[in-house]
Design a protein around this ligand. Structure first.
Ligand code: ATP
Length: 297
């Protein structure tokens, strides 16, 4: 696909085709003896109008592990999460979650599957009229018929896990940004999901809050044997807690493998992205005629 600009009319800073990614095709980043992945994406193509966002992407999310999905802004990371949860449907290709073809499920089956996925978005999106306790209790009250005494125990356990049992009576407006995100995390795991999808969980956090969130994501994943997908720009932090990582750009997987393999990648585009270099395969200068030609014209 080379130099084509996939962002329909945007600046042509798209990289030339790099070396093929290590994973993402026919079995993806997992070895042949590994258990089937929880999420298996094959040949995913998705466009918005003339803007091709995914161009035949293959990708596996291993069970019980933390997988990072990283890439430049606007590359389609949030779109990928929306495709995995069935909020968007691909133009072609398949997306299976726990063996179920998300893109072909009925509304009812999709709803049932989504109940097994927790989501944490950048904003946290707490319900401002409800206390911390009631925010975490909300999915339990909406989606289960558990007695209130059981709900109370579960909520307090989830809040304890994120260190905020002592804040259960506070209202969201009284919380710091980091605390609000931890409450949202407790709410996201209230129904003990098989998988949790994090969209930019660290954005706007101070270093302490970021460190707390990082270790919570790892701890919750390991303690509950969940599967976690972390979409983030925070490369170093995210790679530190991830078992596996994908770098996506230009409609496809640029690099994939264990976090260590991705970190050690020698390919030009991953190196530029991971090291935050201003120039490289993704060019700083939008292609233009020679400067002297323009100035003297
Ligand atoms: N509802 C929409 N309608 C049209 N285009 C959209 C819509 N939502 C997203 N896009 C476009 O799709 C592309 C991918 O968006 P997406 O939000 O998935 O990227 P991202 O990698 O998550 O970006 P960021 O890192 O900035 O959050 C972007 O070019 C965006 O402008």
């Amino acid at each position: 696909m080379g130099q084509r600009n996939r962002h329909g009319g945007g600046p042509s800073v798209i990289a030339p085709a790099p070396a093929p990614a290590r994973g993402g095709v026919d079995g993806g980043i997992l070895g042949p003896d590994a258990p089937p992945p929880l999420v298996r994406v094959r040949g995913l193509t998705f466009a918005r109008g003339s803007h091709l966002i995914f161009d035949g992407v293959d990708l596996d999310i291993p069970r019980g592990r933390v997988t990072a999905v990283m890439g430049p802004s606007g590359t389609g990371k949030t779109t990928l999460l929306n495709l995995i949860t069935g909020q968007l449907r691909p133009q072609s290709g398949t997306i299976e979650v726990d063996g179920e073809p998300v893109h072909r499920l009925t509304r009812r089956d999709l709803f049932r599957l989504r109940m097994r996925m927790g989501m944490l978005f950048q904003t946290g999106a707490l319900l401002t009229d409800l206390s911390v306790f009631d925010n975490v209790a909300y999915p339990l009250r909406e989606h289960t018929r558990l007695p209130e005494s059981m709900i109370r125990r579960l909520v307090l356990m989830k809040l304890e896990a994120v260190g905020l049992r002592g804040a259960c009576d506070q209202m969201p407006a009284t919380l710091s940004g980091g605390m609000a995100r931890r409450v949202a995390l407790a709410r996201a795991v209230a129904l003990d999901p098989m998988m949790i999808l994090y969209d930019e969980p660290f954005s706007g956090q101070d270093p302490i809050s970021l460190g707390v969130l990082m270790s919570l994501i790892r701890q919750l994943n390991d303690a509950s044997r969940m599967t976690s997908v972390v979409v983030s720009h925070d490369v170093a932090e995210t790679l530190r807690i991830a078992d596996y990582a994908y770098l996506i750009a230009n409609g496809r997987v640029m690099e994939a493998g264990t976090a260590d393999q991705v970190r050690a990648s020698r390919a030009a585009w991953p190196r530029q992205f991971l090291q935050g270099l201003p120039d490289g395969p993704a060019r700083f200068h939008v292609p233009a005629p020679d400067l002297a030609h323009d100035i003297l014209a």
